[in-house]
Design a protein around this ligand. Structure first.
Ligand SMILES: [Zn+2]
Ligand SMILES: [Zn+2]
Length: 252
């Protein structure tokens, strides 16, 4: 991890990180045999490109965490809601849903009994509270549900950038649901991010220390994980395939 720039996460947030020992010593939330499925819940309408990004991201989560990922049937967007569960903002005029409304009221009943976590994707813009303009996504660690908006991720971005942003945010927030704290040691998918340019800088994968947490959580060897990631990257012809292959060799 290099020195943070003036607008970067670590400049605003003095965090100590989380070593492997701190992680396993902290009684982390881990998937169990009867509760290990990551559910993906799409909410509202999506473009064909957005649907493709959600599908690829779901595949990535499966390879990244080594847990089965299942898609739940699409739910329509909520109808017109009372303030503050929705608000209308300008430029351009559109609705924003309060993320807490989804996290507290809508998503928890949708988490099946065998679900380790439920991740909702929506094209609706989100806001967390009246002091903030918007939020990309938010998770409730206690309820094991999270929601991410694609609304602000694909503007001015190529498909590849849009895809990687979505993959990183999904892996990062799901990592939080499994008790991973922000990574401050390496440039890592678990590093905090203050703005989209910082997210763009992080790699899609976990660093060696965060990777060890995933391997411990799954009781598997790192080699198994990298084999899955190599297969994933090759399937989608992603440039990260070479990096995953290098890591696979290193742990063979
Ligand atoms: Zn985070
Ligand atoms: Zn890390």
């Amino acid at each position: 991890m290099g020195k943070p720039g003036p607008y970067d996460w670590l400049t605003d947030n003095k965090e100590g990180g989380q070593t492997f020992d701190e992680y396993i010593g902290g009684n982390p939330t881990v998937p169990t045999e009867d509760r290990k499925i990551i559910y993906v819940q799409p909410i509202g309408k999506f473009t064909a490109q957005q649907s493709q990004v959600i599908e690829t991201t779901s595949d990535y989560l499966e390879a990244f965490f080594g847990l089965p990922v299942k898609a739940l049937p699409l739910k329509p967007a909520p109808p017109k809601l009372k303030e503050p569960d929705q608000r209308i903002i300008d430029y351009p005029a559109h609705r924003q849903l309060r993320s807490g409304y989804l996290l507290e009221k809508i998503l928890p009943p949708l988490l099946p009994k065998d679900g380790a976590a439920l991740i909702a994707f929506t094209n609706e813009d989100l806001y967390p509270d009246p002091t903030m303009n918007y939020v990309f996504g938010q998770a409730s660690l206690e309820k094991r549900v999270g929601v991410w908006s694609l609304y602000r991720l694909d503007g001015q971005a190529t498909f590849d950038t849009f895809l990687r942003r979505t993959m990183k945010i999904a892996a990062h927030e799901t990592g939080h649901m499994f008790s991973f704290r922000h990574c401050t040691k390496y440039e890592c998918v678990m590093s905090g991010s203050n703005h989209i340019a910082e997210t763009d800088r992080w790699p899609i994968d976990a660093c060696p220390e965060c990777m060890a947490k995933i391997a411990w959580m799954n009781k598997e060897k790192p080699l198994e994980r990298y084999k899955r990631l190599v297969a994933f990257a090759k399937k989608y012809r992603m440039s990260e395939a070479a990096d995953f292959e290098k890591k696979q060799k290193a742990v063979s």
